[in-house]
Design a protein around this ligand. Sequence first.
Ligand code: ATP
Length: 340
Amino acid sequence: MSHVVLKGITKRYAGHNALNGVDVSVEQGEMLALLGPSGCGKTTLLRCIAGLTEFDSGTLSIGGVDMTGVPVRKRPIGMVFQSYALFPNLTVRGNIAFPLTVRKQPSEERVAEMLDLVGLSELGDRLPNQLSGGQQQRVALARALSPRPEVLLLDEPLSALDAQVRHRLRDEVRRIQHQIGITTVFVTHDQAEALAISDRVAVMNAGNIEQCAPPAEIYTAPSTRFAAGFVGNRNTLELGAVNGRVTAGGAFDVEAPSERVLCMFRPEDVELSTDGPGAKAVVDVTVFLGATTRVYLHSQLNGHPASVFADISSRAAAKLAPGDEVRVRVADDHVQVFPA
Ligand code: ATP
């Protein structure tokens, strides 16, 4: 049985649905990322699990126990917010001990264990304002974990941090989650973060989960047009089909579900050659990105002008210049096709 089970969760705010009957489960020890654009409902869903927001219909169970009517403080959850939300007048140790003190549980040993887990053993006597943002978020994580919750809920915990600290703490959160094996739901609008940190990603759009799958599957086999467009860089071409197929001037040849289709493919899946198979294209500009170079091209596909970009190794790109004629090809199974 799944650890956290949400069925048909609906939440309506004046005039619009924030959640449209969401079904999702989280397995024991799994890290699930809720990923989607601003306003898609990910925070609302997380708050429903926490009990901070009441949903209008649907059911939620944690560890097989129905959470209907169970107040926030009685739920077996720990939560970390974007804004740290530490008690400013309590030391690091005091903050981490707080949930244990409230529960009248002994804290000394557990606090030391938590300080060690988040790598802050030396800083237990500091006040929050004597810590960096990354350190404060570690304290918030330790405080959330100290009473041994069953489920950890993280609401954009890294988004207030600068890029370097964010990346380090992202990997650290993953290490800690693995180490203690806690079931975790992680809200983020940052796709790189979601792909890097989670076992599965739920891609949300307008109050619905569009696709819920492991990161590699979300990336290579998006099941909806939204998921394909939201995660990673993609070429998108609108093309007409003939006899149920799109041939794209030799660049690829795929089955078409309708007369006009959107063909989507990753820039790293575009193969460029000077004399191989494929559609003729002309290089417009190359942009050096370090290990790879992005090559912008224009082509005629099925008689229509089409712009394509490709990410290729910078070594290969060094041989290309604007105006060069090349061949463009994409393996058929790397093209996702959706009705236009
Ligand atoms: P963000 O990344 O910007 O935080 P989100 O995906 O977490 O976005 P939610 O905060 O869950 O989105 O909001 C979903 C929708 O519900 C939005 O349209 C939002 O405006 C609306 N909403 C959220 N909270 C309330 C509220 N208390 N009252 C009215 N509408 C709300």
